[in-house]
Design a protein around this ligand. Sequence first.
Ligand code: TYD
Length: 138
Amino acid sequence: MANVFDCSIVELPRITSESGNLTPIYGGVTLPFDIKRVYYLYDIPGGETRGGHAHRDLYQLIVAASGSFDVLLDDGKNRRVVHLNRPYFGLYLTNMIWRELLNFSSGGICLVLASDVYREDDYYRDYAEFCSVARGEQ
Ligand code: TYD
């Protein structure tokens, strides 16, 4: 079963120049999965929390494309908080990790690269149910 320590910060490639920087991300190369979907969270009101779910099978890379936020990771036994604040660092998230995104800075943008299309049946949205499965109780 996945644990929060399997979720690592990945340093992404940077092509820098005096006119600005560029970070390319290649599915299957920069990341250990093919990218089937991209989405981003933006205009998050102060104090809001996003996420609050885990995925059965999905893998993701989460990047603070602008600003900063915290990601709370929970595998049903351990908890860890990761602060993201640079567009060239990503958080690699395995399946079976409960996550909450909080403390968004003003203008913060959370870019997510995902290993699969959107499927609601891939979600655990109930924390107690997730914990019970993650702890092998059902
Ligand atoms: P949700 O996954 O709850 O957002 P958060 O990342 O904050 O937990 O998704 C919010 C809504 O958007 C929900 O109705 C499902 C929908 N949605 C899609 O239609 N496609 C997607 O790729 C995603 C991530 C969400």
